[in-house]
Design a protein around this ligand. Sequence first.
Ligand code: NOJ
Length: 671
Amino acid sequence: MKKAYLFVLLVAAIAMTGCRQSTRVSSPDKTIELSFCLHDQVPYYSVIKDGRQVLGTSRMGFDDHKYTMVSLRSSSKNELWETTWGEERIIKNNYRELQVTLRDEQNELMVVRFRVFNDGIGFRYEFPGEGGSFEICNENTEYCFTDDPEVWTIPWRTPYYEGLWEKCPMTALRDTVCSPVTIEYSNGSYAFLHEAALDDWAAQNFYVADGAEPSVFPVLGTYLTPWSTGVSVYGERGKTKSSWRMLILADNITELAASRLMLNLNEPCKIEDTSWIQPMKFIGIWWAIHLDHYSWCYRLLDEKGNVIGLAPKHGATTENMKRYIDFAAGHGFGGVLAEGWNEGWDGDWTSNLASFTTPTPDFDIEYLSRYAKERGVQIIGHHETGGNIQNYEQQLDSALSYYDRLGIHNVKTGYVHAKLEGKEWHKSQYGVRHMNHVIRTAAANHVCIDNHECVMPTGLCRTYPNLMTGEGVRGQEWDAWSTDGGSPAQHLCVLPFTRCMAGPVDFTPGTFDFSNPIHPETRVHSTLARQLALFVTVYSPLQMASDMPESYMQHPEAFRFIEQVPCDWEQSHVLDAKIGEYVVTARQDRHSSDWYLGAITNEEEREVSVDLSFLDKNKNYTAEIYRDDSQTDWQQNPYKIVIEKRTLTASDTLTLTLKAAGGAAVRFTEL
Ligand code: NOJ
């Protein structure tokens, strides 16, 4: 129960922040202290951790509004809550809150709500009142750093966030960058700057507002993704709230990965009965399309758009889907995705107005949904909108009830187009509103969403756990067709601390055949063992195994790990890592006492020593180890893998050699 107490504060502490008077609020363990003040009618805040100034006096507010103080109120919370699915079953939510009510020069109220946790801070802006619209062009929130840390970022215009994250000193940032930003301090501590609960607001980006010159510490400014009108946010008094601005502060990499601050800033689950939301692994008629082995389109068109015949290798056919369903049923997969199942893919599918209730003539969806159900497998639906939002919204109810009738309760959505409706950024308030409308409508129809070309996740999956996963990443599909040869091995050693910190990711690990006849210069930069490790290092409760059944059958012993690894966890720990170099992650299954471990490295071969003290101290375990062999070489000999069993306990240390672009996966079962 929330323990709230109201008192008007007359606190007049002398701040170290440049403000004459400030109000302070500390984390429950007192290690983090946040100060707020008004100076010349402009709101400011600052943050101290363990006595060290992390953020100096940093500006807040919007446009050129001036504010006066109305009231201060504080409260606190300390609770445990249970996730519907996740990296952890039980999460602790413990913070102290300061609610600051301000009045602007037009007599309108604005609330700044701060929360200070033991692992960081969050604050959001609220606009109380009884109706009345307003517009925001610029958000003035700044982050005044007191150091020049290194930051991992991608430029804000990166299409769908599908870029390689790069590291540089904060002062060297020349471009506006996406949220989140992962910050590495020279003393080994970390910070993570992002937003939480982005519901009806514009996604934030950051730019160096000051401090691009040597000797001046950097100040990050906020750039809200605008509508095509130039306005960033259209608000309504009494309703609109910004997303939470949040900064995780961690003493080391393990603490960084363990922070649940973003989820804690989101509202509790709003779906009463969540029994229909089921984490699962799935396969799909998908990777083969990206390799040009199959096509999405059913018909061939000439340049003028006239039908000139049937596509010779349409992927989503009844026969092919049956084959995938049989394979899924025999190997522990819960679902099968079929892309190109509906009308709208012929010709330029990013411009077509797709129908979400009309299968192609060679895809008997009624029969296939019965066939799948009899085998205990679900069809994973696919809605590729090509960014045509109005076309999709017009069909949304009928598309979802069509799937509901067929027993399809998981849908991968897609928005491949530079701009939605040809003019709005995906991460503008327009795009955010649309994506969240789809999530809510899907929840009402008992449908789970895998959101591709999404807005960067912000933890809304706590409130709507039918939002299971999303893209927003340069996923494994790039290793089928990108012209740069495929993603470097480093990429997957960066993602757990950048994109993955924002929420589950549909990266699609599990490629077992690295050949690429159409683009021989492009490939997955990986050994076979590393593909297994990714099922542990990359988290998604809807976890797709990318490859085709025939590829899995080439390596049935290695495939056993994918058959067995779960995708819903009791607890998760990054045991050891260096961003961009290597990562070692251990997770305990939510439904058994088994543990799984994944270790991967970048382009460098390395040895990792894993302290197994996370295991139950009173038990012996059989460890099934899948690792690179001394002969394994990701380019010349990638399939070479050692599969061995050992008996291990919590007091052991497991030493693993990870070859370049390699890895190791381990399943621990109680003896
Ligand atoms: C891009 C998605 O990331 C990919 O997974 C999908 O196959 C295509 N769009 C088509 O929807």
